[in-house]
Design a protein around this ligand. Sequence first.
Ligand code: OAD
Length: 236
Amino acid sequence: MLSFFTGARVSAESGIPTFRDALTGLWERFDAYDLASMEGYLHDKAMVWGWYEWRRAKVLKAQPNPAHFAIAQMAECAEKLTLITQNVDDLHERAGSSNVIHLHGEITRAHCVECAAPYTFPPGIPDEPENGKRVDPPVCGRCGGTMRPGVVWFGEELPLKAYQQAVEAAREGDEFVTVGTSSLVYPAAELPYIAAENGKIVVQVNPVETSMDQISMHVLRGRAGDVMPALLHCWR
Ligand code: OAD
């Protein structure tokens, strides 16, 4: 079994600012914790919802890049492929990957903060709220609560099933390939280490040195969008 573990820089090649990049420029006066925690949401729901609508618009306008397509096509080369992502966008799916394990949730989903009823976004791309524009979150038709983005915030547990599937892939697979992640954000960052401890072949795709160099059998220095199509070519 071949497993891929992708991070923020795979999406960044499609023009989606990483979480921290996104806090520069227009939104630089905001704090990450205020925008990505239950405490921040309860303090100012419209600010948080507005920020995620801005990010959702960016995601919907973005297109998958060669790294996303190469990973999707690798499913044809491997007997079984597991794709684990820390990214909250749907670019892997739009590139053709299925059964993507989203460790940090999905920005294209939302649910009621009170009763967990799912929310269906209206079709189309939302207007990109401008600099710090506040947008009231929709109200739940079932209980009158408010909707929150379907992403994992600071201090929240990862979705249990997704995390269990990811750990199983790290333990049971043959190769574990990390792409565009620093593997510093825990607990997701444990996965390559779990794979290495279980004797799996860890491969890292990253243009710069990281702490994962020590556990990686192969380090492919380069951009995801260059390296992944080349890797696909070799495996075909
Ligand atoms: P990080 O930003 O922590 O790490 C990105 C890694 O990608 C770094 O090690 C870079 O050296 C490397 N890199 C840079 N350019 C690259 C390229 N073109 N191709 C491949 N690699 C490149 O991102 P993550 O490890 O993914 O959330 O961070 C984990 C989580 O924390 C993510 O879910 C992210 C962040 O909050 C969001 O961005 C929404």
